[in-house]
Design a protein around this ligand. Structure first.
Ligand SMILES: Nc1ncnc2c1ncn2[C@@H]1O[C@H](COP(=O)(O)OP(=O)(O)OP(=O)(O)O)[C@@H](O)[C@H]1O
Length: 251
């Protein structure tokens, strides 16, 4: 499609009298990998909730795939992976294949209506995240990083055009975090999925994303990663409201 797939204009949102977002503008173009950063309480989760249609804009507008969010019904176009996904206990009695298949239930309703094609999609999604060897294992027996890959597979099985990830690497060890971001790059470059990644890790965002949005009630910065890297520590600290320095991971 021409134009941005997400177009946010003059968006404000308050919880009772507490302003969480003030006059926000964001454009996300097809194929982008946008990192959304900002301090705790800066409004990132509120913005995601608005994008997922869980809460309604009080002022301003959100258009997704050319349609006002209030009318938008095509839930399959947007996938979501949260930090809380990573919470299955050891021995939880569902296999990887079953968990990924739940990503299709929004479309087919019940498991019994799954077609052969649906099963194929489940298998392909598991392949995409590199977890084919674990297809019949219980999700609870996998590590946090492996579980999070399975939640990516569940989110992409319905072929979303936009994937939103809210702090997906919380609780994952450093080595697996790097592999996780490589997977996101692959989804972006090869599977052509547009990504919106909420992260506290500025260094990682600048390494993998191609755009950055820095939110602290107001949008302090929205532009390319290269441009973001030229921002001084002092300016960044002002955005965050405390001392901070940008540690860049080089490619
Ligand atoms: N349900 C709610 N009721 C009242 N205030 C809320 C609610 N949810 C969030 N807030 C407030 O809105 C502001 C923005 O919160 P939000 O969770 O969107 O920030 P965040 O950037 O996601 O923070 P974090 O990085 O800590 O997850 C905060 O001041 C928070 O206390």
């Amino acid at each position: 499609m021409k134009g941005p797939i997400v177009e946010i204009k003059n968006l404000s949102y308050a919880y009772e009298d507490k302003i969480a977002l003030h006059d926000i503008h964001i454009d996300i173009h097809e194929g982008a990998f946008l990192g959304l950063i900002g301090p705790n309480g800066g409004g990132k989760t509120t913005l995601i909730k608005l994008l997922l249609g869980l809460i309604t804009p009080q002022q301003g507008s959100i258009r997704v795939f050319g349609q006002d969010i209030k009318q938008f019904k095509d839930a399959n176009k947007i996938g979501f992976v949260s930090q809380k996904s990573n919470a299955f206990n050891r021995g939880f009695p569902a296999t990887v294949k079953e968990v990924v298949a739940t990503g299709l239930t929004a479309k087919v309703g019940y498991f019994k209506f799954f077609t052969k094609k649906d099963h194929q999609k489940v298998i392909e999604a598991i392949e995409t995240v590199g977890m084919s060897d674990y297809i019949n294992q219980n999700i609870g027996d996998l590590s946090g990083g492996q579980q999070q890959r399975i939640f990516i597979a569940r989110a992409i099985v319905s072929d979303p055009k936009l994937l939103i990830l809210d702090e997906p690497t919380v609780g994952i060890d450093t080595e697996h975090v790097q592999r996780f971001y490589q997977l996101l790059n692959k989804l972006n470059q090869e599977n052509k999925i547009t990504l919106l990644l909420v992260s506290h890790d500025i260094g990682t965002v600048t390494k993998y994303a191609n755009g950055v949005a820095c939110l602290n009630k107001v949008m302090h910065f929205h532009g390319g990663t290269n441009e973001f890297e030229n921002i001084s520590d002092q300016q960044l600290s002002q955005f965050y409201g405390h001392d901070l320095s940008l540690v860049t991971h080089h490619h």
